[in-house]
Write a protein that binds this ligand. Structure first.
Ligand code: GDP
Ligand code: MN
Length: 377
């Protein structure tokens, strides 16, 4: 999971990496008051997960409060490379003498951390690697040993920073190492790391990617995650459902990852387009099915809801009850196709048919029906 810049910046701050004064806002009025607090000029930064914001108009400098307000209102709710901008960071504008690059990633084979540094920051490191690879220093760091002084001196040499900036650099590297290790990162990157004319080092940008498999282990990371994932996906996660959105018009519910995936493949196989899918897991009762179905129906693109459930510990009657209730409340204008077999199948079927819903025991028949309905006006 990639963190937003403001989340990564907060981590940096917490671990002693200097960052500009900043605040996160979601309205032009808040942008103005933040700018007033921070002091002009400020930099407005679109909070999106896509890279290269600067080039796409996602980074602007404002010199007056009027400018802050007008820039904030154009930037908020605009799109940066297809991603909606819901929040901005208002940050103290830093006077930059040189832009440097610093990052930690995983070394592919040995299980070590790989620290990279380059005096050419602010640009893509891949570009530097192609054009002038000699400018990049790469150092392997054993996670059990930690980052040592000789590593740090080697990095300082390559960055060509004044000796007075060395203590700053050491703190930054130690912070980066600790973040990388304690958050199971795949990447922790500072690009650019600004060197000011006073010789101070400040992280102007922050990119942190956490291994998804580590998220559940740490409650403080899960908290970041919930904050980050918004909308239906965030709600689904908070309820413990796995939910994925696509760009079609058929909503899919299954029980168990295998069946849910198979259901999606089947829809695609017969020429349909999934809008989203959700796995209700094993043993879901009516309440949980209701919750799941309501969530799925919230996605505006869903025209047909296709439910494929194999009742084992999951009871078909419970599934049917949950489905009927959710459809009544939030299924206006949407169609429901159900394939339901297994435990309490008869009872489940009776609930569905008495409420006027189509019911199938063949998965293929059901899938074809769902697709047919999705293609009707
Ligand atoms: P990115 O385009 O998503 O990588 O966004 P960055 O946060 O890295 O900003 C892009 C560029 O904007 C940086 O490389 C800097 O050149 C510039 N920039 C960002 N913040 C500041 C600032 O406070 N002062 C100055 N002078 N430049 C900044
Ligand atoms: Mn950057």
């Amino acid at each position: 999971m990639k963190l937003y810049e403001y989340q990564a910046m907060s981590l940096f701050k917490e671990y002693g990496i200097p960052v500009p004064l900043f605040e996160v806002i979601d309205s032009p009025r808040d942008a103005e008051s933040s700018a007033e607090e921070i002091g002009l000029p400020v930099v407005l930064k679109a909070q999106v997960l896509v890279g290269g914001r600067g080039k796409a108009g996602g980074i602007k400098v404002a010199h007056s409060l009027g400018e802050v307000k007008s820039l904030a209102s154009t930037m908020l709710m605009s799109e940066i490379r297809g991603e909606l901008v819901k929040r901005l960071v208002v940050a103290e504008a830093v006077e930059v003498e040189r832009e440097l690059y610093l990052s930690a990633t995983l070394e592919k084979y040995g299980g070590n951390y790989l620290f990279m540094a380059s005096p050419e920051g602010g640009v893509d490191i891949e570009e530097v690697a192609k054009g002038s690879p000699e400018k990049i220093v790469m150092l392997e760091v054993d996670p059990l040993v930690g980052i040592r002084e000789y590593h740090m001196r080697a990095i300082a040499r390559r960055l060509d920073i004044p000796p007075t900036s060395l203590p700053d650099l050491m703190n930054i590297l130690k912070g980066l190492f600790t973040i990388f290790k304690s958050y199971n990162c795949e990447l922790a990157e500072i690009n650019p790391l600004a060197l000011t004319n006073k010789g101070n080092l400040i992280a102007l940008d922050a990119k942190v990617i956490i291994d998804d498999n580590a998220l559940r282990v740490y409650p403080h990371i899960s908290r970041l995650e919930v904050e980050e994932v918004s909308g239906i996906e965030g709600e689904a996660r908070r309820h413990g459902f796995s939910y994925v959105e696509m760009d079609g018009d058929i909503g899919i519910i299954g029980n168990g990852a295998g069946l849910t995936m198979t259901t999606m493949d089947l829809i695609k196989f017969y020429g349909g387009r999934p809008a989203n899918f959700l796995d209700i897991g094993g043993g879901a009762d009516a309440e949980r099915v209701y919750k799941a179905t309501s969530l799925l129906l919230k996605h505006h693109a869903v025209k047909v809801l296709f439910v494929n459930v194999l009742g084992g510990i999951t009871r078909c009657d419970e599934v049917a009850k949950g489905l009927v209730r959710a459809m009544k409340e939030s299924g206006a204008g949407k169609r429901l196709v159900v394939r339901l077999v297994g435990t309490r199948e008869e009872e489940g079927r009776a609930i569905l048919t008495s409420n006027g819903y189509e019911y199938f025991s063949s998965m293929d028949e059901a899938a074809k029906k769902a697709i047919e309905l999705s293609k009707m006006g």
